[in-house]
Design a protein around this ligand. Sequence first.
Ligand SMILES: [Zn+2]
Length: 298
Amino acid sequence: MEPVPVRPSSPISSKEPPATYLVPSLLSPDRPEEILAQHWWSVPERSERGRVFKFGFMPLGFFERIMVRVLHIPAIEMLAMWSTGLLARFRGENTLLTYDPKIYHLSIRVRSISGDPLQLLTELVSVTESLLECYYPKLKDSTSRWLNCTHCTTHGVQTPYQFRFEECVAAITSDNPFVYCHGIRSRSVRVDQLAPDIAFVSFPNIDATQLQIQRLLGEGGSGQVYLALFASSRVAVKRLPSDPRASSDPIKRANKFLEFQREATMMRYDDDHTPMQTYLLTKRALHRCPDRSDIPTL
Ligand SMILES: [Zn+2]
């Protein structure tokens, strides 16, 4: 395996640190149990959120590309790396990212020392999705996504129940914000707690009663964009399709949602080029797309 540069090389005379290379074949196959005991198992599991990507196959170098991309997340602190995993910290959030080369599963687990593990989970899922989208489009179609049950992690269950991504998207786009652990009604879990990134929790919630939709500006594969008035200002509103009859195929609907989510995430960053403030309208809430001042570090 070729070394993968993790920082651009710099001239010898520069005071910048020298280029750093990640050589995957030199990483130890052994998990660093002592470091895990100190930085992972000591963090309360009740705060854990997780995502599992199950691939049809795993091309050579996929996990190494994930590792390099994680290294490039601003303010990330790498605590340990081994051939099938890494442990990293981002502010008060720790992540244990592991890959099983026998069954092609990538597991993202994030725990927070205080509060919800939101920012790092959102970033790691985005890293994985963008890698699939840009470099492995064929792999994308044979990939399924699963969410670890927070009811189980709160109760210390070692192998938590997993919800299908499509089931969570169906809940987000319907009137019922709950999914049920093992299908048991008394074990309800709110989707916005299970998957804050899917529920756009990081996008500020806005009072929808002040919004006046004026006209349709355009319609794409993942939703419509409207011209609207909000507190006397002209704004653009991107609406998430909520009619389940629009597509009876849950996988197609989930793919449309991923596209909508990707566009919404991009809208967070390109406010310099956006002439109007942009809002997202989902079944239950109106969110303002944050501008750069809302996102201090990413
Ligand atoms: Zn559960």
